[in-house]
Design a protein around this ligand. Structure first.
Ligand SMILES: NC(=O)c1ccc[n+]([C@@H]2O[C@H](COP(=O)([O-])OP(=O)(O)OC[C@H]3O[C@@H](n4cnc5c(N)ncnc54)[C@H](OP(=O)(O)O)[C@@H]3O)[C@@H](O)[C@H]2O)c1
Length: 411
């Protein structure tokens, strides 16, 4: 039995890590114990949030097609302890006081830090927030790691933390003086520096895993599942909102085609490195529970999904016509295009207009081999499976079906 501490368990990646630990426990009868450090939301305590998550999304992942009609939530919860903790707080203080940890400081096998603030916005408020959560959070998590008896620290960084977006990126590349597309990338790089410095000073076994762009599940049920529609899903959701505004209220925007004429600047021959959340979770859990020869590991696919392929598919799924791919941003933008480039373009251009990038996967292959899994290829058919789930939930846009009843999946 292993004892783990996990942050970010209510988010996309962290929940999959929690589900994977519980699934392995069930399959192998090992009964791991996970302490979830996280936040309440509105009037729902952290425990309530985790219970909701386990009885829906978690049950799908853990039991798959063998899901029993009634889930024994108490049995699952007997392996999970929820402790409310915020990544933002006094610098230098541990994210949680030792006394609040069940069992105190002794005997922790791994601490997996998944909590983070993922926003590509470039305004000063977002810049402050991502720094507080990502950089400040890394300080508070390493402060905890330094105060407990811990076997291993697994830090979830980002493949975009290298400080450049060209050529071959090694998982050890980290240049804080380099160029970053947005405050988020910079904050993740600064956080990784904190973790690496801590590892060097403390000598603690530490692994930095660096996912590229995380999409919904492609291995475990439900295929495509995501709790919110961020990153590339956010692009589709925002385009859907533009469409709804253009069509006027009360129309079933997901059922009718509409033209949004846009000359969309992309780097031809380049693409997005999409990795399924469950693949990432399986590698993270393996890295947390077993010895690993590498200290920095990309979680990225061998090949990117071409921008032209997945963007066209997103547009088809939300029934938007009129978007044309161009190799340069036109000088004579019309009104909608100016609005697009000022808002969505500002966030996503750094990802879609850079030349092809390559993430070194030597350490990834070693971890995949040890864990016995391979990265699902996100080709057109797989991307459609991701979008099918997203569109079924209206991409989190309540007006998408012409009424306010579309489900916004969140837990
Ligand atoms: N998504 C990607 O494409 C991607 C790619 C590369 C790396 N990453 C990294 O992977 C990690 C997980 O990302 P994700 O996509 O799972 O993000 P997510 O879905 O937005 O989840 C973020 C998690 O962090 C928690 N969190 C945020 N602020 C917090 C705070 N102040 N105190 C405590 N917990 C806080 C959230 O809790 P609440 O539910 O309470 O908000 C949630 O559990 C992040 O470190 C991110 O930088 C993500």
């Amino acid at each position: 039995m292993a004892r783990l501490i996990l942050t970010g368990a209510t988010g996309l990646l962290g929940r999959n890590v929690l589900f994977e630990v519980l699934k392995q426990s069930l399959r192998r009868g090992e009964r791991h114990m996970v302490v979830v450090l996280g936040r309440a939301s509105g009037d729902r305590s952290l425990r309530q949030r985790v219970m909701d998550m386990l009885s829906t999304d978690g049950a799908d992942y853990i039991f798959g097609e063998d899901r029993p009609p009634a889930i024994d939530l108490d049995a699952l919860l007997s392996q999970v302890r929820c402790v409310e903790a915020d990544a933002v707080g006094r610098a230098g203080d541990p994210i949680v006081q030792i006394g609040e940890l069940p069992g105190g400081a002794r005997g922790w096998d791994a601490l997996v830090h998944c909590a983070g603030q993922t926003s590509f916005r470039t305004d000063s408020e977002t810049a402050r927030r991502v720094l507080d959560v990502n950089f400040g959070g890394a300080q508070r998590v390493t402060a905890l790691a330094g105060q407990i008896e811990l076997g291993k620290l697994v830090f979830v960084g980002s493949a975009y933390s290298a400080g450049r977006m060209a050529g071959t990126i090694l998982p050890d590349d980290l240049d804080l003086a380099g160029s970053f597309a947005n405050p988020y990338q910079r904050s993740k790089a600064a956080a990784e520096r904190v973790v690496r410095d801590f590892a060097e000073l403390s000598g603690l076994d530490t692994v930095v895993v660096r996912p590229s762009t995380i999409g919904g599940r492609l291995i475990e049920e439900r295929i495509g599942a995501v709790p919110t529609f961020a990153v590339f899903y956010e692009w589709a959701a925002r385009m859907l909102r533009f469409k709804i505004r253009a069509m006027g209220p009360g129309r079933p925007a997901l059922d009718e085609w509409h033209r949004l004429p846009l000359r969309f600047h992309i780097a031809r021959g380049s693409g997005l490195h999409i990795v399924p959340a469950d693949y990432c979770a399986k590698l993270i859990v393996h890295a947390a529970l077993h010895p690993t020869p590498d200290r920095a590991i990309h979680l990225a696919p061998e090949r990117s999904t071409p921008h032209e392929l997945y963007v066209r598919r997103m547009l088809d799924w939300i029934k938007v016509a009129g978007v044309e791919f161009v190799g340069e941003r036109p000088a004579d933008l019309d009104r909608f295009e100016r609005h697009y480039y000022r808002t969505l373009g500002d966030m996503f251009d750094p990802y879609v207009t850079v030349p092809a990038i390559h993430f070194d996967l030597g350490a990834t292959r070693r971890l995949e081999q040890a864990a016995g899994i391979a990265c699902p290829v996100v080709d057109g058919a797989a991307f459609d499976r991701l979008m099918a789930y997203a569109v079924e939930r209206g991409l989190g846009v309540p007006e998408a079906r012409g009424d306010a009843e579309a489900t916004v999946a969140s837990a």
